[in-house]
Design a protein around this ligand. Sequence first.
Ligand code: PEP
Length: 250
Amino acid sequence: MENRRPLIAGNWKMFKTCPEAVETARQLAQLVNISTVDVMIAPQFTALVPVSDVIKRGCVSLGAQNLFWESEGAYTGEISPAMLVSAGCRYVIIGHSERRQYFGENDDSVNKKIKAAIRDNLIPILCVGESEKERESKETFNVLDRQITKGLEGFSSNELDTLVIAYEPVWAIGTGKTATKEQAQEVHRFLRSMVEKIFGNILAMSVRILYGGSVKPDNIKELMEMPDVDGALVGGASLDAETFSKIINF
Ligand code: PEP
């Protein structure tokens, strides 16, 4: 890994009520005191403000799991980038495979969401990854090529200077199956080369590429040893403060 600062991000998905999220965040804030790694947790929307209050003096940052691209308006049920910023968010996860699978998100909506995040100075975490069927039919690189090319269409490299990419093979999310460190490295290298091809060497060298898919305390170290793995996006294992802190302190 060049000089890229590792990022360990927790996606709490649709788990934890407000009090539960606050309690886990409180425990995490007590367990985590690290200056060499960036740490982020993304609780559900209603827990953002109370969790923000609990973590604001520590080294854990807040993220959201989604946003809508408009600034405001008659969009019942949606949330704007400025609303997330005012709730204390620094990061936002965009295009998670569960959003693509269950909520009709596609490369076009992902592109608009990244634009909106950047407009309001949120750090976008763009999720990409192939399904099991796509991997088996040797479509992995085509799928990732499309997700990156379309997801990042129309940006200049300057605009993307905070961008984080998360490689999350769909077959490894919540399944207990982890990509081997070699599989992760192969894809991360490919993603970095795509960023280089489209945006040039400077962004390619600085963009952080996280691995996500059944990351646990016992596999994080070997993944982090790979030169193009710059951190992890963690689902299930981020829900428990002690387990997540072990991943953070890999
Ligand atoms: C995720 O939801 O982004 C994820 C990687 O989940 P898990 O760690 O549970 O596989």
